[in-house]
Design a protein around this ligand. Structure first.
Ligand SMILES: Nc1ncnc2c1ncn2[C@@H]1O[C@H](COP(=O)(O)OP(=O)(O)OP(=O)(O)O)[C@@H](O)[C@H]1O
Ligand SMILES: [Mg+2]
Length: 346
């Protein structure tokens, strides 16, 4: 059995090799003092509402596992749901990881998999998986640029021949935007809201619906009492603008570190946006306008990584076969080198 998992800061997504079902749940765990554990949406509903004896944790922060036990609980839970037969000794695990992990962080992810009982743990680059999941021809010797806008991190990666050639990562994404919305509402309206309300504001005012304002509930800091507030779109627009500026800078740094051939490829093929953040309003115009490059949002951008993990094994097999003739030591390559008449094939 082979389990594939995209363990994200806000959501985890998992599937079995050859399976058709994808589990998607918030990456949140609630630990009540008296024992037991709650995982996923039920735990997320408790955020900001739980009594003191229930500890709520997010096992992944900024794309990195910060709670090994929590992460392994999630992995076990995925297997239990996808394959009700027990987690066997032969279970293999593929986990998507960002490009910028340190050796220690990579080891802690492997550790979480082993702790969950996996026989082997393979780490797959999330940008490569996302490119594959979005249908990019990443196996070709040709550069393409994927910008991954997650909840914890934002990564720009130039891919070629199934690998990341150049990448840069920002330790911020959707969650940082939520925190900025909370702070701005507190400062400008003297009104306090929780992270989930801030995310709701972001989705409503930053999404495609084009709402001008949204009504929310929270605590009025002047009276100290519960109250309702109407938040204007400008609040989210300003924050989105500044986030986009940092993404443009990230893309610029990544492209400028590339070989000229790759930079030329990227200029020609454009930018692909993946991750839940790509669903924010006018992302294409905001980024594409500033970069003067074609920019497109992948279909269902938040699930590109898990779809890529699901396709990966099949596609890599095919890709490796199609690449063989170009290898310098294959017979065909030797013959091609001698096609100019110099030397004779022995
Ligand atoms: N329609 C939407 N409008 C605005 N933001 C959205 C929308 N849908 C999702 N998001 C945001 O996208 C983020 C989640 O994206 P995604 O699921 O790709 O992140 P993740 O994989 O959990 O995190 P990471 O990859 O950074 O570890 C959240 O911050 C969420 O608020
Ligand atoms: Mg992600």
């Amino acid at each position: 059995m082979h389990l594939m998992i995209d363990l994200g800061t806000s959501h985890y997504r998992a599937a079995l090799d050859g399976g058709k079902t994808v589990i998607q749940e918030p990456c949140v765990i609630a630990h009540p003092d008296r024992g037991g554990v709650v995982i996923g949406s039920d735990a997320q509903r408790m955020i900001g509402r739980s009594p003191a004896h229930i500890r709520i944790v997010r096992p992944v922060e900024l794309g990195v596992i910060v709670d090994l036990d929590g992460a392994s609980l999630i992995i076990r839970d995925c297997v239990a749901r996808l394959s009700p037969r027990r987690f066997g000794l032969k279970t293999k695990l593929s986990i998507a990881v960002p490009s910028n992990l340190t050796q220690i962080q990579r080891r802690s992810i492997e550790e979480a998999g082993k702790l969950a009982g996996a026989q082997s743990v393979q780490l797959i680059n999330a940008s490569v998986a996302a490119g594959l999941g979005a249908g990019l021809p990443i196996q070709a010797p040709r550069g393409c640029l994927v910008v991954h806008m997650g909840a914890g991190i934002t990564e720009a990666a130039v891919l070629s021949m199934n690998e990341v050639v150049e990448s840069n990562t920002l330790p911020s994404g959707g969650h940082a935007l939520d925190a900025a919305i909370m702070e701005r509402v507190r400062r400008e309206y003297r009104f306090m809201i929780g992270q989930r309300t801030a995310e709701y504001v972001k989705h409503q005012l930053g999404g495609d619906d084009g709402l001008e304002m949204v009504e929310i509930r929270g605590r009025n800091l002047q009276t100290g009492l519960p109250d309702v507030l109407q938040v204007q779109r400008q609040v989210v627009d300003d924050l989105l603008e500044s986030y986009c500026r940092s993404v443009v800078d990230l893309i610029g740094r990544t492209i400028s570190a590339c070989q000229p051939e790759l930079a030329g490829d990227v200029y020609e093929s454009g930018i692909l946006l993946v991750g839940g953040g790509a669903l924010m309003r006018h992302m294409v115009t905001r980024l594409g306008g500033q970069m003067a490059m074609t920019t497109i949002v992948a279909q269902a951008p938040e699930t590109c990584v898990i779809r890529g993990l699901m396709r990966r094994r099949v596609d890599l097999d095919t890709a490796n076969k199609s690449l063989q003739p170009w290898h310098p030591f294959t017979k065909r390559a030797r013959l091609a080198l001698r096609a100019d008449g110099k030397g004779v094939e022995s």
